[in-house]
Design a protein around this ligand. Structure first.
Ligand SMILES: NC(=O)C1=CN([C@@H]2O[C@H](COP(=O)(O)OP(=O)(O)OC[C@H]3O[C@@H](n4cnc5c(N)ncnc54)[C@H](O)[C@@H]3O)[C@@H](O)[C@H]2O)C=CC1
Ligand SMILES: O=C(CO)COP(=O)(O)O
Length: 344
């Protein structure tokens, strides 16, 4: 069998951080991976008068989304998505969730037969009363085995090699071990678990909890309130997964980075938290805060809150998830933020 050829689909804050790790690890494991080139698909745009692909390929740095971090020279930015995945056998999906379905349309029928994929995207696909994790969406649309990676992974910290952990929910143990080789470093520890849905759902739902934590910070309610939000949020996450998905493992919530640890880091230091705090203090709409504060990076939590609201409404189960519902109502329906903790 030939060597695995990796391609990364997405080049934002997390996409760039993971490209750094993957670019180095294909060299560390060049018995398994083709080390010559790790194509990264870049949604082309101008940045400070230059094309972003040109900046990445010349300066080896994604100056817009991950400034001051050098990328290995084998990470090559490509603006054409079909060209980026040509010949790739190991596809890494890492983009804001709102762009996935369009991306998959472009990739349908274009990926290598027998390739495999992993998604690092935090979000869910909802159509009325149906909900899907993205690993299943990708697997179905492209016909390739798709695992999921999620964890307490603020990209800027991972990118500068601060100790952290992550979780891979694998489709087969063999796939899990391959992805672990691609991502694990001495300071980025990768645990494996046979729970694609649990790992994926933790990553999506914790973003709603992080928005709630940001509201608490905006209200200046203090640490006890924030700890309560984290605990209640984790419980709603777990109940949601058990109610609507088969075979989700309890360990994913309580023992894995994807669960409790990601709730903690996101409620302390994530972008969703930060913008939700500003939503309360500055009284500006989220789309404006996203633009002003994140400089092209994207918020996921408020959109996931809306997706989950649509789903729960169609199942007549909104009342069972009061924290998720409060985040939706405050973010999208004008509910005063002081109502957040009422009745929880
Ligand atoms: N940034 C972080 O700390 C972490 C992010 N994640 C997750 O990883 C996923 C990707 O996040 P990031 O890499 O941080 O992205 P980001 O938040 O930095 O978003 C910017 C990216 O969106 C792309 N983009 C903008 N408009 C687009 C369009 N119309 N079509 C396609 N792409 C477009 C930009 O080119 C850029 O690559 C998200 O689901 C996020 O929740 C997971 C762990 C950590
Ligand atoms: O997923 C993350 C940390 O694990 C990043 O969260 P934010 O998108 O809120 O920054």
């Amino acid at each position: 069998m030939g060597k695995e050829k990796v391609a990364i689909i997405g080049s934002g804050n997390w996409g760039s951080a993971i490209a750094k790790i993957a670019g180095n690890n294909v060299k560390n494991h060049n018995d398994i991976f083709d080390e010559s080139k790790v194509p990264i698909w870049v949604f082309e745009e101008d940045y400070e008068g230059r094309k972003l692909t040109e900046i990445i390929n010349t300066d080896h740095e994604n100056k817009k989304y991950l400034p001051d971090v050098k990328l290995p020279e084998n990470v090559v930015a490509i603006p054409d998505i079909v060209e980026a995945v040509k010949g790739a056998t190991a596809l890494v999906f890492v983009m804001p969730h709102q762009f996935l379905s369009k991306t998959l349309e472009q990739l349908e029928g274009k990926v290598e037969k027998g390739a495999k994929a992993i998604t690092l995207i935090k979000g869910v696909g909802v159509e009325g009363e149906n909900i899907h994790v993205f690993a299943d969406v990708i697997q179905e649309k492209l016909g390739i085995s798709t695992s999921a990676l999620s964890g307490a992974n603020i990209a800027n910290e991972v990118a500068i090699d601060r100790f952290s952990e992550t979780t891979i929910g694998y489709r087969t143990e063999e796939d899990g071990k391959l992805w672990q080789k691609l991502f694990q470093t001495p300071n980025f520890r990768v645990q494996l678990i046979d729970d694609v849905a649990g790992v994926s759902l933790c990553g999506a739902l914790k973003n709603i909890v992080a928005v709630a934590a940001g509201f608490i910070d905006g209200l200046e309610y203090g640490n006890n309130s924030k700890a309560a939000i984290m605990r209640l949020g984790l419980l709603e996450m777990k109940h949601f997964c058990i109610e609507f998905f088969d075979n989700v493992k309890e360990e994913s919530f309580l023992q894995e980075s994807a669960g409790v640890a990601d709730v903690i880091t996101s409620c302390l230091g994530g972008r969703n938290r930060k913008c939700a705090e500003a939503f309360v203090k500055e009284k500006k709409p989220f789309d404006q805060l996203e633009k002003d504060m994140l400089k092209g990076q994207k918020l996921q939590g408020i959109h996931t809150a809306k997706d989950i609201h649509i789903f729960l409404k169609s199942r007549n189960r909104i009342d069972a998830y009061p924290l998720f519902d409060k985040v939706y109502q405050i973010s999208w329906e004008g509910l005063p933020v002081e109502k957040l903790t009422e009745g929880l």
